[in-house]
Design a protein around this ligand. Structure first.
Ligand SMILES: NC(=O)C1=CN([C@@H]2O[C@H](COP(=O)(O)OP(=O)(O)OC[C@H]3O[C@@H](n4cnc5c(N)ncnc54)[C@H](O)[C@@H]3O)[C@@H](O)[C@H]2O)[C@H](O)CC1
Ligand SMILES: [K+]
Length: 512
């Protein structure tokens, strides 16, 4: 499913009107009717029920007047509360306000205070205050209205976007409507699928408003990765497959106190269908990994008794990487200077597709320009917001302000695939493509989940998936395996190792 920015949707709107002769009024009519349909589908027969439509001065409010008209036709008692004076309403919105003929329309540019009782006494509130036109923090009468909507204690349906949610980032601009259902038009907006906007949107319904297919197809945007999109990426295995044709990966991981990270990365590589896995660990912790690891082969790497990788291991690891299909670098390696030095040399030297995670990323924070030396090779970085901030040299708040822009910008600058983790993980390719992941749940907020994702990704790369496919499928699979657990009642408190156990089932549900 394609997702677009607010600006892109407004350009699509203009193109439809200019090049295809479909009027803005028709689009608004289709939008309002579609929204009324979705309301009736969800909330059933009207039989005199009261709906309060809270309208702003723009076209989002215009949709609201159309909704009022259609809901009345279907037996609802619709009241429009307009938070502007009629002379502020222009164009298609003004036409539709006129069509209502003033009946059941309350003009309240001074705010909602005098109408407070209307909110809780309604059976449903429709939020038609602000849509893609939202520009800044919401204050004044709009902020008060949003507060009243959220406090009403009745179901709320948002038109296009919950008012107060930034259309591009999903950020809350001071205050935002919390909707049970959001009916959005033509395509989902980036603010509908990124948090906290995704949570404010509730269930998302997309209504076809009659935009020509050419306009929709040509619009620049990202992909929202849901199960259907992930299933399209899966390459079912050939009947003649053998371990030699299913990828041989090298995982460079572990240190004293962090052997679990190494074991989990290796196990999830196998669980994702990796043919052969070689796990290279510091010699001091090797006996532990020999016991912890069953399917993967382990290789001790000389560490002079330090319990972590040292720079001197470079020639050995460079040699070990020969003939491997993909390498993962970083889970549990720790933050020793000599380890960071080793990472930097490996990043520069190894030709093979590489996933870099955890302290592997921190090793690069001091010298991200090394990534530029991997031009033409496949590099996947899996930072959480803190690691991303260290890589960009900014703060976590800067990263979170616009996660897509951060990931897309970093990928373009360094020629890498960036997987910016967190709810609605962002996946960016070096060529500007990006995706937002739709799987996963809060139970995943625990140690070891990142190591598991690294294992999944290196496994898919090793099996020959194109890198952007490996990234999108891998991220979805990771969250989907956790969703299967949550569906069985194992939500908060799930182990990363439990998630690993579910990877094969998740993969098979997607057709793998
Ligand atoms: N193609 C489509 O998707 C269609 C969408 N439609 C609807 O139109 C809105 C967008 O309408 P627009 O008039 O451009 O913007 P808004 O109604 O969202 O905003 C109106 C108005 O509000 C002002 N404003 C911006 N930020 C703030 C703020 N923080 N506080 C107060 N006021 C603010 C701004 O100046 C605007 O003038 C889209 O979402 C759909 O719902 C059409 O129906 C047709 C097709
Ligand atoms: K809205």
């Amino acid at each position: 499913m394609k997702v677009v920015s607010g600006e892109t949707m407004q350009q699509m709107d203009q193109r439809t009107i200019r090049e295809f002769g479909i009027s803005g009024l028709t689009l608004m009519e289709n939008a309002g009717r579609g929204c009324a349909d979705a309301i009736c589908d969800r909330f059933g027969a009207a039989s005199g029920r009261r709906v309060l439509i809270v309208a702003g001065k723009g076209n989002n409010g215009g949709d609201g007047y159309v909704i009022a008209r259609y809901l009345r036709e279907r037996g609802w008692q619709a009241t429009v509360l307009l938070l502007a004076s009629p002379d502020q309403i222009r164009g298609d919105a003004a036409t539709n306000l006129e069509r209502l003929g003033g009946e059941g329309v309350i003009i309240a540019p001074e705010g909602v205070a005098a109408y407070a009782e209307l909110f809780p006494s309604s059976d449903l509130v429709v939020d038609a205050l602000l849509g893609t036109g939202v520009k800044s923090e919401v204050t004044g009468v709009y902020a008060e209205a949003i507060g009243a909507i959220n406090a009403a204690g009745v179901p709320v349906v948002a038109v296009d976007l919950p008012s107060g949610v930034d259309a591009n980032t999903g950020r809350v601009l001071g205050v935002a409507v919390k909707a049970e259902l959001t009916v959005t038009f033509a395509l989902a907006k980036l603010g509908n699928v990124q948090f906290p906007g995704a949570e404010h949107s509730g269930k998302l319904v997309i209504v076809d408003i009659g935009m020509p297919k050419q306009v929709v197809d040509a619009a620049p945007g990202g992909e929202f990765v849901d199960a259907a999109a992930a299933a399209r990426l899966v390459r079912p295995r050939r009947k003649t497959a053998h371990k030699g044709s299913s990828g041989h990966t090298l995982i460079v991981a572990g240190s004293t106190g962090k052997t679990g990270a190494a074991a989990m990365a290796a196990a999830s590589t196998v669980r994702t269908g990796g043919g052969l896995v070689t796990l290279a660990v510091p010699e001091s912790v090797h006996p532990i990994l020999e016991v912890k690891t069953t399917e993967a082969m382990t290789v001790p790497v000389g560490d002079h008794g330090r319990g972590h990788f040292t720079a001197g291991a470079f020639p050995f690891l460079e040699n070990l990487a020969q003939g491997k299909d993909a390498v993962a670098l970083g889970p549990g390696i720790g933050a020793a200077r000599t380890t960071f030095f080793l990472v930097q040399r490996l990043v520069e030297a190894l030709e093979v597709p590489m996933v870099i995670d955890a302290d592997g990323l921190n090793a690069l924070a001091a010298a991200p320009e090394l990534l530029g030396k991997r031009q033409g090779r496949v590099t996947v970085l899996t930072p959480h917001p803190g690691e991303m901030a260290r890589l960009t040299g900014g703060g976590v708040a800067d990263v979170e302000r616009d996660r897509i822009a951060t990931a897309v910008g970093f990928s373009a600058r360094y020629g890498v695939h960036t997987i910016l983790k967190g709810a609605a993980t962002v996946i960016a390719a070096p060529d500007g493509r990006y995706a937002v992941n739709g799987s996963g749940n809060p139970g995943m907020a625990s140690g070891g989940m990142g190591d598991t994702l690294t294992g999944i990704l290196v496994s898919l790369l090793g099996q020959g998936y194109p890198p952007f496919d490996a990234c999108r499928l891998g991220v979805f699979l990771h969250g989907f395996a956790a969703d299967l657990l949550a569906a069985q009642g194992c939500g908060v408190g799930m182990h990363a190792t439990d998630v690993q156990e579910k990877i094969p089932l998740a993969l098979s549900r997607l057709g793998g």
